[in-house]
Design a protein around this ligand. Structure first.
Ligand SMILES: *[C@@H]1O[C@H](CO)[C@@H](O)[C@H](O)[C@H]1NC(C)=O
Ligand SMILES: *[C@@H]1O[C@H](CO)[C@@H](O)[C@H](O)[C@H]1NC(C)=O
Ligand SMILES: *[C@@H]1O[C@H](CO)[C@@H](O)[C@H](O)[C@H]1NC(C)=O
Length: 185
C-alpha cells in the first residue's frame, strides 16, 4: 500500500512536469527539427518568433502551424505598407524605384495569397497551403534579388525579406511535421 501510493505520487508528479513543460518544449523541439532540416531557418529566429506570438505556449503542433502562418500575414501586410512609404520619396533614383515597385507588386500579391493559405490550412488542404506559402517565400527572394542586379546596390528590405523568407520556411516545415504526425497516427 505504501509502495502503491508513492507510485501514484510518482505518476502524478511525472504528469505534472510532463504536461507543465510540454507546450514550451513543443516550440523548442519543433524549431530544432525545422532548423536541422532547413538551413535557412535559424533556431533562435524560430523560437523567438513563435514564443512572441499570443497563446503560443499553449498551442498544439497544428496550432503552431497556424501561428506561423499568421506571423507571415502580419509581416507581409506591414512590409507592403513600408514599401509604399519608401516609394513616396521623390528623391528615389530610377533603379531603386523600379525595384521597389516590383517588391510592392510581390507583397501586394502576398496578402490575398496568405489569406488563402490560412483557409487551406484550416481545411487541411496542406498541398494548397504549401503552394501558396511557397509562392510568398519565392516572392521575398525575388524582391531581394532585384537589388543585387547592380554592383554596390543596397537593398532597403533585406531584413524584412529575410523575415518573410524564414517565417515561410518555418510554416512549410511545421506543416510537414503536422502531415507526418497525421500519417503516423
Ligand atoms: C515580422 O517577423 C519578425 C520575426 O518574427 C518580427 O520580429 C516582427 O515583429 C514581425 N513584424 C510584424 C509587423 O509583425
Ligand atoms: C539606391 O538606394 C541606396 C540606399 O538605399 C543608395 O545607396 C543607392 O545609391 C541608390 N541607387 C542605386 C543605383 O543603387
Ligand atoms: C525534412 O526534409 C524531408 C526531406 O526533404 C521531408 O520529408 C521532411 O518532412 C522534412 N521535415 C521537416 C520538419 O520539414
Amino acid at each position: 500500500m505504501k509502495h502503491l501510493s508513492s507510485f501514484f505520487l510518482f505518476l502524478s508528479l511525472f504528469n505534472l512536469t510532463f504536461y507543465g513543460s510540454t507546450a514550451q518544449n513543443l516550440i523548442q523541439t519543433t524549431c530544432k527539427s525545422c532548423s536541422k532540416n532547413e538551413s535557412s531557418i535559424t533556431y533562435g529566429f524560430c523560437t523567438s518568433s513563435l514564443q512572441a506570438a499570443p497563446a503560443s505556449q499553449c498551442a498544439t503542433l497544428r496550432g503552431l502551424g497556424m501561428i506561423s502562418i499568421r506571423l507571415i500575414r502580419y509581416n507581409v501586410t506591414d512590409t507592403r505598407c513600408h514599401v509604399k512609404m519608401l516609394l513616396k520619396d521623390t528623391n528615389l533614383d530610377l533603379y531603386n524605384r523600379s525595384r521597389l515597385k516590383v517588391c510592392l507588386d510581390l507583397y501586394s500579391d502576398a496578402i490575398p495569397t496568405i489569406k488563402l493559405a490560412m483557409k487551406s490550412y484550416n481545411t487541411k488542404k496542406y498541398y494548397d497551403a504549401n503552394i501558396q506559402i511557397s509562392a510568398i517565400l519565392a516572392g521575398a527572394t525575388t524582391c531581394e534579388d532585384g537589388f543585387k542586379e547592380k554592383e554596390g546596390a543596397v537593398s532597403p528590405l533585406t531584413k524584412r525579406n529575410d523575415n518573410t523568407f524564414q517565417l515561410s520556411a518555418i510554416a512549410l516545415s511545421v506543416m510537414n511535421l503536422v502531415m507526418n504526425n497525421n500519417n503516423n497516427g
